[in-house]
Write a protein that binds this ligand. Sequence first.
Ligand code: DX5
Ligand code: ZN
Length: 220
Amino acid sequence: MEQVKIAPSMLCADFRRLEEEVAALSAAGVDWLHFDCMDGQFVDNLTYGPLVLEALREGCELYFDAHLMMLNPGRHLRAFANAGADGICIHRETVSGPAGLLDKIKGMGCQAGLAFNPATPLEGLEAIIEYCDYVLLMSVEPGYAGQRFMPGVLKRIEQVRKLIDRAGLDTLIQVDGGITAETARQVIAAGANVLVSGSFFFGHPEGYRAAAEALRGAAQ
Ligand code: DX5
Ligand code: ZN
């Protein structure tokens, strides 16, 4: 199986020194930068939008992953694509039929992700799995970093893994919320291959490289 991808959540970066943070993350060998874009409506918290991605894009080769926790995500796709997002992920709860928007994302030259809150049923995913480059399964309620991992996601990862394998696709499974070296081991065993990590990663006492290694090591 291909190596897991490590995606630090920029929500936990030091906002006073974002440029240095991005350089340090690149040097630490991470794969994706995960940007939590929250609108204060779909979730309580309010964070940042495409301008921040655009400002960091220049000089950074890492994959930019925009996790859109917002109502009416369709209104903002073009702005995120223009800002240099490589992947744009919309929430299943915010759209009645996601296929059209997922298609639109791809038409803008980006990869398309579809995110599910912990309690959102996965039924119907099979019919639209071909439209997804990645499926994001939330392992906390979205809105804030630093919450506890909800183990109920493990069964959901297994379910989506089966569905993807059955369809013969290489769709990625991303997990977001409460990921540590220990929970990373569990989600990888269940079939996930993109790990978002905020508090654990940025709070690692030995730094970013050690944090990335700890998460990668969980695959062994
Ligand atoms: C939660 C965000 C996550 C979060 C991850 O709404 O989508 O990306 O910041 O942080 P930790 O790893 O601390 O749960
Ligand atoms: Zn996120």
